[in-house]
Design a protein around this ligand. Structure first.
Ligand code: UT7
Length: 327
């Protein structure tokens, strides 16, 4: 057989995950707001969430997840090229959480920056890392999604405070010369529609004096857009690679709502066993949700070498996107 030409790809070589020790069940939330386990499970699939302790900041959790990814890949921190952190809940406006993490890891030669794209941040981060690796700018990039949404939730608003949790997930991507059928990111697709900015946002922050800001979401509106926009992103990924849904071994979706996850899976005609679901265990962890789901699927063996994974996410902005990854 003729040899296939080699090309540079961003290959996943390690993953990591961190969830705070403190778990709040739906019953715990029902003691704080007028809600019930039955409502939350039926409308969202969520059963519990993790909330960070004071020391568990976005940087702390991201560094824990990042360290695991480096260890699994066997890459010493000093050899790391860059750290990209997707977060909407950074420790500070600056320095960037990525730079805090760079110091915590001892990744002395890496540069780093944060990326703000809400729940799509990790997929956006993969896309940026992919471009940097294929351009030859660096040889390795840690892409981390890390969030402490418990610090921006309004605990008087039952329509949002039961939906989110804290955590961090990380992947290490390394530039490798591979054959067309080999591992790596095959494509990423990113989208945004800023005209929908007011259906999911934080009503404060550094731009507004004396208002730290809480998450506000018009859930029904976001839901209305989510399945169709995500299906579009997924179909664009398949079309560009001349693939069909039948070629996908595993869908690794953003974990916001089980009904949205099921909706996308159904549109693709994928059986439940080919869709990764973690939302019941840690609710919506925003930019951390896709890397947490990915790390779990790799850990339990569902996402094994050679498998084709389709990642997707949608969040505030609106922003959304997809990534096709062969392990
Ligand atoms: O990660 C970023 C992307 N975010 C998303 O993808 C989230 C998208 N949206 C959703 O997941 C869903 O819209 C929600 C889970 C937020 C809400 O589910 P829904 O089926 O759209 O409910 P709804 O907003 O239409 O509310 C139905 C009812 C309302 O009562 P009335 O007006 O029918 O009397 C709400 O007041 O449920 C009530 N409700 C609650 N009841 C008990 C809202 N929140 C709660 C609650 N507990 N926590």
């Amino acid at each position: 057989m003729a040899e296939q030409p080699l090309s540079t790809r961003a290959v996943l070589t390690g993953t990591g995950a961190y969830l705070p020790a403190q778990v709040l069940t739906n019953e715990d939330m029902a003691k704080r707001v007028d809600t019930s386990d039955e409502w939350i499970v039926e409308r969202t699939g969520i059963k519990q969430r993790h909330f960070a302790a004071p020391h568990e900041t976005a940087a702390f959790m991201g560094a824990e997840a990042g360290r695991q990814a480096l260890e699994k890949a066997g890459l010493p921190p000093e050899a790391l090229g860059a750290v990209i952190v997707a977060t909407s809940t950074p420790d500070q406006s600056f320095p960037a959480t990525a730079v805090r993490i760079q110091a915590m890891l001892g990744a002395k030669k890496a540069f780093g920056f944060d990326l703000s794209a809400a729940c799509s941040g990790f997929v956006y981060g993969l896309s940026v890392a992919d471009a940097m690796l294929r351009a030859g700018q660096v040889k390795s990039v840690l892409v981390i999604g890390t969030e402490v949404f418990s610090r921006i939730l309004n605990f008087e608003d039952r329509t949002t405070c039961v939906l989110f949790g804290d955590g961090a997930g990380a992947v290490l991507l390394e530039a490798r010369e591979v054959e067309k059928s080999g591992p790596g990111l095959l494509s990423t697709h990113l989208y945004a529609d800023g005209s929908l900015g007011d259906i999911l946002y934080v009503d404060g922050g550094t731009g507004q004096k004396d208002k730290p800001g809480h998450l506000v979401m018009h859930g029904r509106e976001v839901f209305r857009h989510a399945v169709n926009l995500l299906a579009g992103a997924v179909n664009d990924a398949l079309a560009e690679n001349n693939l069909t849904a039948a070629d996908i071994d595993l869908l690794v979706p953003h974990q916001a709502n089980k009904r949205i996850i099921d909706g996308v899976g159904k549109k693709l005609g994928l059986p439940a066993e080919r869709v990764v679901v973690t939302v019941h265990k840690h609710a919506n962890t925003s930019a951390a949700s896709v890397p947490l789901a990915l790390a779990e699927a790799i850990q339990d063996g569902r996402a094994a070498p050679g498998k084709l994974l389709l990642l997707e996410a949608l969040g505030g902005g609106l922003t959304w996107g997809s990534a096709l990854l062969r392990l």
